[in-house]
Design a protein around this ligand. Structure first.
Ligand code: PXL
Length: 275
């Protein structure tokens, strides 16, 4: 069960997102976690002004070429926030060259929320991200990302037919699995849809009105950790949802903590959910 997971995302030094979330969560799930930082930012880009951004694109090939020489390969490759088109290309290369037989390639498009793209992205980036998603075994978008990737209209209220069309359009073959987050059919609840082999399964859970920044990264990391513990995609989606909800509840009400999720004190709960 001891697996080696590679994750490619940025390091936002302050902000509890991307690698500073993925590394502790995957480690808590019992995984050897290898990190490949795509960029280093002083903070994340959502709400802080004047953040620094050191692009590490040029280092990515140097690092992975060294791994190739050492014969280092992985049991899972999980990508999150990527800073540029060039980095999407590098991710594609890693997915082809550095994965062990049968190892899942998991893509969280991490580019949009609440109907809008994050500040540094445009439609060219969306198109490139679609090429990465087409190669993935498992996709972890929210509804906004799924709408951008498929070219479908983003809707605030919708029915199951809309959700089904969204996930069907997102997949390019029968083997791909989609875990679509933030699917809410009722005012008080939200949930996650897992689309696999043409079937939709839905896990409904509590909706907390004021979401926090970084919940997508907490969710995706917990999902990967559960999956690599041998849980099914649907059970992994449920575990990640229960953990993320408990982190948001713990964070709620602290106005000074607007920039991230207090996920650390709840890691014990995540470990219990995996038992
Ligand atoms: O996935 C969230 C995220 C990660 N990294 C950076 C971000 C964001 C969201 O805004 O700005 C740098």
């Amino acid at each position: 069960m001891y697996k080696k997971v590679l994750t490619l995302q940025d390091i936002s030094c302050v902000g509890q997102c991307s690698l500073t979330v993925a590394l502790p969560i995957l480690s808590a799930c019992g995984m050897e976690t290898v990190i490949l930082p795509s960029a280093i930012l002083s903070t994340h880009t959502a709400g802080f002004k004047g953040f620094t951004f050191r692009d590490l694109t040029e280092d990515l090939d140097l690092i992975t070429d060294h791994w190739a020489k050492e014969g280092i390969s992985f049991d899972c490759f999980y990508t999150g926030y990527l800073g540029s088109l060039a980095q999407i290309d590098k991710a594609l290369r890693i997915s082809k060259e550095r994965l062990n037989e049968g190892a899942p390639f998991i893509v969280d498009p991490a580019m949009a929320d609440n109907g809008a793209l994050y500040s540094i992205f445009d439609m060219e980036y969306v198109k490139a991200m679609k090429t990465l998603c087409d190669k993935a075994d498992i996709l972890l978008p929210n509804i906004t990302e799924a709408a951008f990737l498929t070219g479908m209209e983003y809707k605030e209220s919708y029915d199951e037919a809309y959700i089904k069309e969204l996930v069907e359009k997102l997949t390019v073959n029968d083997r791909q699995i989609v875990v679509l987050t933030g699917v809410s059919y009722k005012k008080e609840t939200t949930g996650v849809v897992v689309y696999q082999n043409g079937n939709l399964q839905y896990y409904e859970h509590k909706k907390i009105e004021r979401g926090c920044h970084g919940t997508g990264d907490v969710y995706a990391s917990a999902f990967v950790g559960a999956l690599m513990n041998g849980k099914t995609p649907f059970d992994s989606a449920k575990i990640a949802a229960d953990y993320t909800v408990s982190c948001i509840e713990y964070t709620q009400g602290d106005e000074s903590h607007w920039y991230g999720v207090k996920f650390e004190p709840k890691l014990g709960y995540l470990i219990d959910l995996l038992k």
